[in-house]
Design a protein around this ligand. Structure first.
Ligand code: HEC
Length: 112
């Protein structure tokens, strides 16, 4: 949770409220759980477990990367602002992922 403030300006106050609230509500996996969202959006099918086992050496490792950087890249790839190299490969799969889900996944990945 200490890493939340740096990305605060990229996400809505409501999202921050949700993130802070979730652990106090229940210990059960929630839709807001980064790992669950990572699986639900099929990120693992290319980036592997915890973002650390990409299926190709041409694909990046994501675990342990700065959350703000990860979030920026996710949004830029989805929106077509980043079009280098294999970005189009990912874009086809993440077109409908929200900024909020990306932010939660980015925070989760940064702790791997
Ligand atoms: C179909 C395969 C595929 C899927 C599914 C996919 N990605 Fe990617 N992703 C890639 C590839 C390939 C790249 C490298 C793009 C490039 O070459 O510039 C990438 C790049 C990224 C980057 C930028 C990393 C960096 O160091 O700049 C992030 C962050 C990322 N993916 C997150 C995700 C997340 C989160 C999901 C799920 C919502 C996801 N990806 C789903 C293939 C995929």
């Amino acid at each position: 949770m200490k890493q939340l403030p740096p990305i605060a300006h990229l996400v809505s106050p409501f999202l921050i409220f949700q993130i802070l609230l979730v652990p106090t509500v229940t210990a059960q996996p929630q839709p807001q759980d980064g790992g669950a969202l990572y699986q639900a959006h099929a990120c693992a099918s290319c980036h592997g477990k915890n973002g650390l086992q990409p299926i190709s050496p041409d694909y990046p490792m994501l675990g342990g990367q700065n959350a703000r950087y990860l979030l920026r890249q996710m949004i830029d790839i989805r929106d077509g602002t980043r079009t280098n190299a294999l970005a189009a490969t990912m874009r086809a799969s993440v077109g409908k992922v929200s900024d909020e889900d990306f932010a939660i996944i980015a925070e989760w990945l940064s702790r791997k």
